[in-house]
Structures are given as C-alpha cells and as structure tokens.
Design a protein around this ligand. Structure first.
Ligand SMILES: NC(=O)c1ccc[n+]([C@@H]2O[C@H](COP(=O)([O-])OP(=O)(O)OC[C@H]3O[C@@H](n4cnc5c(N)ncnc54)[C@H](O)[C@@H]3O)[C@@H](O)[C@H]2O)c1
Length: 378
C-alpha cells in the first residue's frame, strides 16, 4: 500500500518505519528540515541523534527502498494520487496551562494536506483516501478533521483514529511486536483499509487487534495514559510516603508484597521522582479540561497532577529541610537529563524543573550530563 505520514517525530518516524518493514511504500513529510536530513542520512548515529529509539536506525536502513523522508511538499504532491491512507502524527501540546489541546500544529498540517488532496487525480479525486489520526487528541477530533477537509473541497475520504500506545525507548521493539492495536472507524470500508495496513498483526495471536469507533479510540488513549499516570503517582505519593514516614518499612519489601498480587501487578511500581515526558501530564490535563467542559467533577484527575508535582517539590526541599543546605553559590551536577531511561526526550523531564529550582536558589553553575539527551537539554 502507499502510505503517507505527516509528522516524523517519535510517533511518525517509528510507526512509518514499522509500516515500511511490513512491506508498504511510505513517504514521511515533516516541516523540520534538519530532522528530515538526519532521518534520510542512512547513518544510524545521525538518525538516532534526533530520535534516540533503539533499533530505529537499523530498521530505516533495512527498509530504505520502501521509506522516504521529505520536507518538500512537491514530493507529497507527486505521491498523493495513489495514496490509500495518511497518518497524522502531529504535536498536540497543551494550550498555556489550560488543559485545552493546542491544535495549531494539527490544523495547520491538515489544511496543507487538504489543499493537496483536493487537487489529487487532476482534481477528480477518484482515489479514496483514509485520514488516520495518530496524535493524541480530544475525543471528537475526527469531526473537526472532516469539517476542515470538506471546507477545502476534499471528497472521497474517510477519517479514522489509530491512537499510538508506544513506550518511548522501546518504540521499535513494541511496534514490531504489538500487544495491542486500537482502530477507530465508522464503517466497514475503513476497517478494511486498516486491516490491510496492519495485515501483519491482524491475525497474530500476540496482538490484541481492537476495532471500535473513532471517539472510543481517542478516549481510550487518554484514559490509558491517565490510569498509568495514576498508578505511578499512587506508588510514589502514597506507598512511597508510607514507607518513608513509618519507621521500619522498606519500600523494596512492601513492593514485593504488593506486586505479587496478580490484581496489582508490577508495572509502575518504582519510587520515582516525577512522572514527566510528553504524554502523561498533557493527557491528564486534557482529560481534566474535557471533563470540566462537560460539567464533571475532576477531583481525582487533579489530585494525580498535584501528587506528581508534590513528589518533586518534596525532593527539592529536602536538602534545606533535612540538612540545612544552602544552594546559593554552589556548583551543582545533574546526572541524567531525559525524562526517563533509554530516550533522549526531555519534554517535561524532572531535570528541567530541577534546573529551574536551582537557578531560583542562585547556584553558581550547573554541570549537566546525559550521554544521549545532552543536546536537547542545552
Ligand atoms: N512520544 C510519545 O511517546 C507518544 C506516544 C503516544 C502518542 N503520542 C502523541 O503523538 C503525537 C506526536 O507525538 P510525538 O512525540 O511524535 O511528537 P514530536 O514533536 O516528536 O513529533 C511531531 C512532528 O510533527 C512535525 N510537524 C509539526 N508541524 C507539522 C506540519 N505542519 N507538517 C508536517 N509535520 C509537522 C514536527 O516537526 C515534529 O517532528 C502527539 O499528539 C503525542 O501526544 C506521543
């Protein structure tokens, strides 16, 4: 199949590469020329200097005849006539601490795409095309995508949802052996296109291939992230605090007892400093905003966000409260800058908040080190 991607970030690059590896012919468009240059370099180190995802460089190189990255819309125009599906993998950050999703990048890309789609097949638009939303978006986003397309005169298209559940740092491993693929579509024609794209996984006993409608797909993504986030925060803010405040409790022992209950399970049972990254905070805030807009009480969602910040604040206050330490004028080292291990992504990383705190305490200098995320931190 001919597949087009808009957005070559963590989600777009990894998903596109895995689809090329499944045998599809893939073009990936991104406005970031430097990123496109590196992803096109066929040099593993250069590829992974932008997106440090284990296995990504090797898989792009292996599938180089089936995948092309471009920052030139002319390539998109030349590819579009026979394109069967288009994946939208665009940033959907939070709008200025409101919880609302900032759709600027998404809508800009959709409008650029719409203008090209309206002219496909010499304006006849006889090739049916499925637009697939992979970004994490508000629940009813497919309606807005459809409206933008119709306003631009695009015809003969469908809009579906295929939220991304990748785990940064394990994106390639996770996407080549997917435990779950969630497909949101409104009709059998679109479900059939999805099944062709994911033919490799559709009948695999290792993959839960779940077909729902696009609203359910989008909502599941937000809720899945919220539940994982909840799990982390409960572990450090409640279990961690209990272990800390009562004499004689060792976190590792309590952990062993709790995680061997199969109803509880192991995931997320670390006493971590802060749950950062590009998704958990943003998606919980988006859930908060969407529920609030429906007049629903959001106390539980709010408390998870508060607990996350409290954990970091507690840690940062300790040097002073427990050791009477004065940061002013000190040279301070920060080891590890990414938001977690095995990635160079520093979005919402604890290191950024620690840096902010240290500057507010008038430290003389910060020496920061991370073998892969150093350049992103600067
Ligand atoms: N990173 C993750 O672990 C993860 C996991 C699941 C879902 N998501 C969601 O997927 C979406 C993308 O996330 P990401 O981490 O890949 O973001 P990213 O910032 O790494 O990548 C987005 C890419 O889109 C490009 N872009 C911006 N405007 C464009 C335009 N007009 N045309 C073409 N390209 C454009 C940017 O240059 C960037 O390379 C977000 O909605 C995110 O919430 C991310």
């Amino acid at each position: 199949m001919k597949l087009l991607y808009f957005g070559a970030g963590f989600v777009g690059a990894c998903s596109a590469t895995v689809n090329a590896d499944s045998g599809h012919n893939v073009l990936v468009y991104d406005v970031n020329k430097e990123l496109v240059k590196n992803l096109s370099s066929l040099d593993k180190d250069k590829i992974e200097s932008n997106l440090f995802e284990k296995g990504l460089g090797d898989l792009i190189i292996k599938n180089q005849l089936r995948i092309k990255f471009t920052a030139d819309l002319l390539d998109v125009k030349n590819f579009i006539d026979a394109t069967e599906a288009i994946f939208l993998c665009l940033p959907t950050p939070e709008k200025e601490n409101t919880g609302e999703t900032n759709l600027f990048f998404y809508e800009t890309a959709v409008k650029t795409l719409g203008k090209i789609l309206a002219k496909r097949n010499n304006g006849k638009q006889d090739q049916y095309v499925l637009l697939i939303n992979k970004s994490t978006v508000p629940v009813n986003m497919t309606n807005q995508t459809k409206e933008i397309m119709e306003e631009l005169g695009v015809k003969n298209f469908g809009v579906g949802s295929n939220p991304e559940f990748l785990v940064e740092g394990k994106a390639i491993e996770g996407s080549t052996k997917q435990e779950r693929i969630v497909i949101g579509a409104w009709n059998e024609k679109d479900f059939a296109i999805f099944r062709n794209i994911y033919n490799r996984f559709y009948e695999s006993p290792l993959t839960n291939y779940i077909e729902v409608n696009p609203y359910e797909a989008a909502a599941s993504k937000l809720l899945a992230n919220y539940i994982l986030f909840n799990r982390l925060a409960n572990c450090f803010d409640v279990v961690g605090r209990v272990c800390e405040k009562f004499i004689g409790l060792r976190f590792e022992n309590i952990r062993k007892v709790l995680t061997t209950d199969s109803r509880i399970g192991e995931w997320g049972f670390y006493n971590s400093l802060f749950a950062g990254g590009s998704c958990f905070i943003k998606d919980a805030r988006s859930l908060f905003y969407q529920l609030k807009s429906q007049g629903v009480n959001t106390d539980i969602v709010d408390s998870i966000l508060t607990a996350n910040q409290r954990q970091l604040d507690n840690f940062l206050a300790r040097a002073e409260s427990e050791l009477n330490f004065n940061w002013s004028g000190k040279i301070v080292g920060i080891m590890g800058l990414a938001f977690k291990r095995d990635t160079n992504d520093i979005r919402n990383a604890a290191s950024l908040k620690v840096t902010e705190f240290l500057f507010s305490q008038n430290v003389a200098r910060i020496k920061a080190y991370d073998p892969v995320a150093g350049n992103n931190y600067l």
